[in-house]
Structure formats: structure tokens, C-alpha cells
Design a protein around this ligand. Structure first.
Ligand code: ADP
Ligand code: MG
Length: 717
């Protein structure tokens, strides 16, 4: 048996098992070894029927028999009675008020029984025990013919639940793989020096310990090793991308500081200290001859656009090297047409007193600023005309959607690319921005999603990071209130006050449609469609109400957003689609239905929609349930307006998987757990950097190279 062999070569599989394994992505022996248990259970019997102490919690393995339901004549209660038998004897069992239990617990076959001993020492019984039909990982006596493994281990691996394949199957399959000497043929991707520094077990040991631990401590050490391995592989991939980036050349921009100052003097307010720091970081990167690769992380409203504008100004006012004329160019990419349009407007605002030409390109049309006729406004132009001016360098700064990275868009001297809210704008996309020229653009990625430090270091390990951790002065502080069920009307009155002052409101619902009443398990949450109707009819008949959700066509969405921005609509009822970057400063109040259904970071993003003006904003959270954990989370939101703190709290409470869509990142649950451990992340990062520095091609680390390639294939890039 070899690690690369198909499982079906060595195991007889039913078609159900085959498709279950396929669903799990387990095809080869190696995949099976890397399919880790979700948890462990102490599997052995804690007792036997011959020694039962009254009041003790016990676990027994054996069989049930003679189960019979009857009515207790005094209380008229239902009772089911019978016997449980193991190798050492028999004990009476009974269940109350579970009249059908005899029909669904198996009699005569092996079960695991857990419960508390009742009665007296002479006449013990077990009342209302739990019965597990196929005990996870249970090893019947005598399964192992001889030697060491004849001793049944005390804890058992339980694998993520999948229809068609049991933990027991995994147990036996792995037994066979271990017995066939596969482990000795595996090369460890983690170099031994690294393992020794962090006391990590080698690959073969860790595989045995994670699947078949003799004690909990072994399982934990093994899990730590694989968490490290996963993060380490990711860090290696990022470090190689970074090394690759640093071998490219780019336009150096040497007089950036002076130019940025000219810009900053032209606007009516000084930058915040955080903005000034970020601008300085970027200008320092510009001076190098390899491209910048930087992430600008800043909470909603922290003023990322100003940082982009100041540095873009420095770029477009610099000459290409060895040229007496012409200028460098800047591309600015936004995720949606609405946002591209909004940023085009912001840049016009920032640059209106400075000589800069700006173009806008989206799927639905092109614009240019300034217009020939009016110095202070933009005009529509044809796509062909725009492309000509971009290629000739006359348009210095081009704002747009993905339309910007199409082949037909050619720049003359693209020096700087800014990308807003594109969660994983990877190396490949960056390469698409680099034109045929030998020169790569400096790259700045901007995000308002506050990401915990560990996650940023892992996902964006190839980027340097600048953080805007303060808001511009003079912002009214947001009031966030949790509204009880019977206080809904008070919240509506408060909203009416905002609307009466000419301001606007968002109402967020968790669903688009009403749940199907036929489906009892469907989430019973407020829907955008029904709620918009109800608000118009019963609560706010005097106002225009609009609707926005993800199932609408882009053109419909754009029209609704335009109408909301123009205040033709006063209340926008929406799903969380409004989360991303929508900027309507006149909206000052938001009401979030089913608030406990959203993550803290997401709620904070939603709340950010109304933190864009100097008018006092108000956020109402209307939870549907009042469970202690969800109330605690909502209270954290009400008490803090620091997005980074909230992101850390969310990671702590819910795990990164829930938060950031682990599927999207291709990180396993184990890796996500590791993100709670900053020490591990830093160690993996430092070790990865050291290895890539010495051996960027990983020629000397073939096992690591294979592991990294495997990790990246999950990563989906
Ligand atoms: P975001 O980081 O969410 O993209 P923006 O760049 O849209 O934030 O800025 C939010 C608002 O704050 C804008 O109206 C902008 O003009 C204003 N702003 C940015 N920087 C400052 C500053 N240093 N002082 C005052 N207002 C600022
Ligand atoms: Mg922004």
C-alpha cells in the first residue's frame, strides 16, 4: 500500500461509502490519513453491572432485552422497563414518559448505555439512560489477535458526521493503513529543525496520535502539529508570492512626500495621525524599485479614500523614468458599479482644485473629468475614446469595476493600482493588472472589514499592513440600542423623528422571502419583501419605501441605490447586501431585524452605513430570541465601536469559520482554530520566511513543496 494509491484499490467499498468518501474529498490513502477526527470520546466502559454504586454516573457496553411499556397504576405515567446485560451480569433499566422507546432502541445487539444508578445497593436500576446504537469507535474484545493493540484504547476518534460512512469504518481502515507500513514511506513536510524548536511530533507519530490516541494529551499534541503544518504551508505559499513580487520591477516614485503635501494642503482638513502614517508607509514603498504589496485596513469612515487620493496624486504627478514629459498612471478598482461611481465622485471632489484628469469605466458606460466645457464636472464619453486616452496617458487616473482589468484596457505607464474591498485579490489578478510592460504596478488593497491580526497575517501573509485605527474628528458618536420585543413601537417613533428631519433609514432583514410554511425547519425570520409591505401599510405610510436584496438584477439594484441616494426613497428595506461600502451620508438610522443571526463584524459593517456624517446616528438591534450568548454578543456591539476589538471578540466566541466563510479561504477547522493562537501564527510565519529566503524554489524541501501545492489547491486560487 502506498500513500498515493486509490482507497478503492485496497478496500472493498459499497457505492454509498464510495460517494460519502468522494463528498469528503477522500480518494487516496494519503487523503484518508489527512481526514482528521472532529472530536474524541472516552469509549471504554467506565463500569460493569457487577459493581454499580448508587448515584454514580456510569457507561456500560452490553445488550438490552425484554423491554416492555406499561402504565404505572398510581401516577398513570408511562414507563418502559427491561434488562441490560454485560459479561458480568444484569441490571434493571427503566424509562419514564418515553412510551415508544422500546420500538427504537435495538434489543439484542451491542449498545452503549450511559446514565445514573438509582435504587438501592441490593436492588439497583438505571433510570432514563441514554442509548447509543453503534458506539463510536468501540472495539469489541478479541478484534486484535495479539500483542500491544489487543488492549482497547480508552479514547476514540469521532469523525465529522457524513451519511454512509461511520467513525468505525475510519477506525478500521486506518488500522489497516497503519499495519501496512504506509507511515514509514511518508516524508515529513515540516523540517526536523522546525519540529524540534516547537516540540512537534513527526508526521508518522502525529498521524497515529491524531487518529488512534492512547490518551487525550497525544491527540492534542498531534492536532497542534497539524494546525501548525497547515498555517506553515499557507505562510510558505504567501512568502513565496512575496518573494516573487520582490523580484519584479516597478516605477520608483521618488518625490512622493513633496507631492502628497501639495495635495494635503489643498483640502480643507488635516489628515488624522493614522492617515498620515499610512501615507508615509506607502510613499516609502514607492521609492523602492520593486512593487509595493500592501493592505490598508481601516474601519468604516476612517478615511481610506483620502490615503488613496494623496498617494495617487503623488503617482500621477511623477514622470516615467528618463522622460521629460508624460506622467505615471493610477488604476482604482471597486467591487460594484455603484461604488465605482461613488469613488469617481469622491476623487473629483478631492482633486477639483488640482490639475488631474480622471476616467470612469464600468459595464454600463464611461465618463471623464474634467469635461471640456465645464471645469468642475464630468461628461459621458465613449468607451473607445476613453481607452484611447488611457493608452495615450492623457487620462492619468482610471476608476472602474472589473471592467478595468480587461485586456482591451491598456495603460501607457500604470504605476499604481488600488483595489477596494476585493477580499482575495490574489497574485494572479495582480498579474493581470501588470501590463505587457516589464513594470509591475505598486499594489494597495483596501478593506473596511476589520480582520483579527492572526487572520490577516495568515490570509494576507504576502502583504504589508497599514492600519487606520482612528476616525476623523468631529463624528457624532453612534448610539446602539438593543430593543426588546414590546419596545418596537418606540424604535419606530425614533426613526420617524430622523425621517422628519429629512434624514433616511435602513431596515435590515435576514431573509429575502417569507419561509415556506410547509417546511417546519425553515428559519422563521423576517423577510425583506413582507417587511417592506408591512412597514408601508402599517407603520410608515407617509414615506417612500424601497427594496434591495441579492436576488435582484444588477440594474435593478443600481436603480434602487440611485433613488435612495437622491432621497426619492426614505426607507431602504434590505438584506445584508448593503454591507459593502454603500455611502449615503444622509442615512442616519438603521434598524436590524433578527440581529442575533449576524456576526458581530457583519453587524458592525451594517452599522457603518450610518456613520458617515456629522449628524448623530442611531442603530436599533431587534433580536428574535433572547438567549444569553446572543444577548452578550449584541451587548458587546452596543458597548464598543471599535471594529478590530469586535472582530477579535467574534473570533473568540464563534470561531473564524462562521465569520469569514472558511470555505472561501480553503482553511480547515483545525487551521481556523489555530487562528486563535497568535504565538503559533507568528512562529509559523517566521519559520516560513526563513525557509523561503534561503530556498525560494523549495528545491531542498520536496515534501514541503508538495504540501504547499496541496494546500493551494484547496485554497482555490
Ligand atoms: P472609508 O474608510 O470608509 O472609505 P472615506 O474615505 O469614505 O472612509 O471617508 C469618510 C468620510 O470622512 C468622508 O466624507 C471624508 O471626506 C471624511 N474624511 C476623511 N478623512 C478626514 C479627515 N482627516 N478629517 C475630516 N474628515 C475626513
Ligand atoms: Mg471607502
Amino acid at each position: 500500500m502506498k500513500p498515493g494509491d486509490l482507497i478503492s484499490q485496497h478496500f472493498r467499498l459499497t457505492s454509498t461509502q464510495l460517494s460519502a468518501l468522494r463528498r469528503l474529498g477522500v480518494q487516496r490513502v494519503r487523503d484518508l490519513l489527512y481526514h482528521f477526527p472532529a472530536r474524541y470520546e472516552s469509549g471504554g466502559a467506565s463500569s460493569s453491572t457487577s459493581q454499580l454504586a448508587v448515584g454514580a454516573n456510569i457507561t456500560l457496553f452490553g445488550t438490552l432485552s425484554k423491554l416492555k411499556a406499561r402504565k404505572l397504576w398510581k401516577s398513570r405515567r408511562n414507563a418502559t422497563e427491561g434488562y441490560f446485560e454485560d459479561a458480568s451480569g444484569k441490571v434493571k433499566v427503566m424509562w419514564f414518559n418515553q412510551p415508544y422507546i422500546a420500538s427504537y432502541v435495538p434489543q439484542g445487539t451491542l449498545v452503549k448505555l450511559t446514565g445514573t444508578v438509582g435504587g438501592s445497593a441490593e436492588r439497583p436500576y438505571i433510570a432514563n439512560p441514554e442509548v447509543e446504537a453503534t458506539p463510536a469507535g468501540f472495539v469489541p474484545e478479541g478484534l486484535f489477535a495479539s500483542g500491544e493493540s489487543a488492549r482497547a484504547p480508552s479514547i476514540f476518534a469521532v469523525y465529522p458526521e457524513t451519511r454512509g460512512i461511520t467513525s468505525k469504518w475510519f477506525f478500521h481502515a486506518l488500522e489497516r493503513i497503519f499495519a501496512n507500513d504506509v507511515l514509514t514511506t511518508l516524508d515529513d513536510p515540516i523540517p526536523s529543525a522546525v519540529r524540534e524548536r516547537y516540540n512537534l511530533p513527526d508526521l508518522a507519530t502525529a498521524l497515529v496520535w491524531i487518529h488512534k490516541p492512547e490518551k487525550q494529551a497525544h491527540a492534542e499534541v498531534a492536532r497542534k502539529r497539524f494546525a501548525f503544518e497547515e498555517i506553515f504551508a499557507l505562510q510558505i505559499a504567501r512568502a513565496r508570492e512575496r518573494a516573487d513580487n520582490d523580484t519584479q520591477s516597478s516605477f520608483a516614485i521618488l518625490k512622493g512626500a513633496e507631492l502628497a503635501d501639495t495635495f494635503l494642503r489643498s483640502i480643507p482638513f488635516p489628515p488624522t495621525p493614522a492617515q498620515a502614517r499610512a501615507i508615509k508607509d506607502i510613499l516609502a514603498d514607492f521609492e523602492k524599485h520593486h512593487p509595493m504589496a500592501r493592505l490598508l485596513e481601516g474601519d468604516v469612515g476612517s478615511g481610506k479614500t483620502l490615503v488613496a487620493a494623496a498617494t495617487a496624486y503623488a503617482a500621477v504627478n511623477s514622470r516615467p523614468p528618463n522622460r521629460m514629459s508624460g506622467n505615471l498612471q493610477v488604476a482604482y478598482m471597486a467591487p460594484t458599479e455603484i461604488l465605482a461611481g461613488q469613488h469617481f465622485q469622491s476623487f473629483i471632489e478631492y482633486f477639483k482644485d488640482l490639475p488631474i484628469s480622471i476616467g470612469l469605466i464600468t459595464g454600463s458606460g464611461c465618463k471623464k473629468f474634467p469635461s471640456k466645457v465645464a471645469r468642475d464636472s464630468a461628461t459621458d464619453i465613449s468607451r473607445a475614446q476613453l481607452l484611447k486616452w488611457v493608452a495615450g496617458g492623457e487620462i492619468a487616473m482610471l476608476v472602474g469595476t472589473h471592467a478595468l482589468i480587461q485586456k482591451s484596457v491598456k495603460f501607457q505607464h500604470l504605476a499604481y493600482a488600488i483595489v477596494d474591498e476585493q477580499h482575495r485579490f490574489g497574485t494572479r489578478q495582480r498579474r493581470a493588472l501588470a501590463q505587457k510592460e516589464t513594470s509591475y504596478p505598486h499594489f494597495l488593497s483596501m478593506t473596511a472589514t476589520p480582520i483579527p491580526r492572526t487572520l490577516a497575517l495568515t490570509l494576507y501573509g504576502d502583504l504589508d499592513i497599514s492600519i487606520l485605527d482612528e476616525l476623523p474628528p468631529g463624528r457624532a458618536k453612534i448610539t446602539t440600542e438593543i430593543v426588546k420585543k414590546d419596545e418596537r413601537d418606540r424604535a419606530y417613533e425614533k426613526i420617524r423623528e430622523h425621517l422628519a428631519r429629512g434624514e433616511q433609514a435602513y431596515v435590515i432583514c435576514p431573509r429575502i422571502e417569507e419561509p415556506d410554511p410547509q417546511k417546519i425547519n425553515a428559519i422563521q425570520a423576517k423577510s425583506v419583501k413582507a417587511e417592506a409591505k408591512r412597514l408601508k401599510k402599517d407603520v410608515f405610510p407617509e414615506f417612500e419605501i424601497g427594496l434591495l436584496h441579492g436576488a435582484m438584477k444588477p440594474a435593478e439594484k443600481d436603480e434602487v441605490m440611485r433613488a435612495f441616494a437622491a432621497n426619492e426613497i426614505q426607507i431602504l428595506v434590505a438584506t445584508s447586501v448593503v454591507e459593502v461600502g454603500i455611502n449615503v451620508p444622509n442615512a442616519t438610522v438603521i434598524l436590524i431585524e433578527g440581529a442575533e443571526r449576524f456576526g458581530l463584524a457583519q453587524l458592525h459593517q451594517l452599522r457603518g452605513r450610518i456613520m458617515r456624517s456629522s449628524k448623530p446616528p442611531h442603530c436599533f438591534l431587534l433580536p428574535e430570541t433572547s438567549g444569553e450568548t446572543s444577548m452578550k454578543r449584541l451587548r458587546a456591539l452596543a458597548d464598543s465601536d471599535d471594529g478590530f476589538k469586535l472582530a477579535e471578540a467574534d473570533l473568540e466566541a464563534r470561531g473564524a469559520g462562521d465569520l469569514y466563510g472558511r470555505k472561501q479561504w480553503g482553511i480547515t477547522d483545525l487551521g481556523m482554530d489555530a487562528l486563535k493562537n497568535i504565538k503559533l501564527i507568528r512562529a509559523a510565519r517566521a519559520e516560513a520566511a526563513a525557509i523561503v529566503e534561503k530556498d525560494p524554489s523549495l528545491a531542498g524541501h520536496p515534501a514541503l513543496l508538495a504540501r504547499v501545492a496541496h494546500g493551494e489547491s484547496l485554497h482555490g486560487e
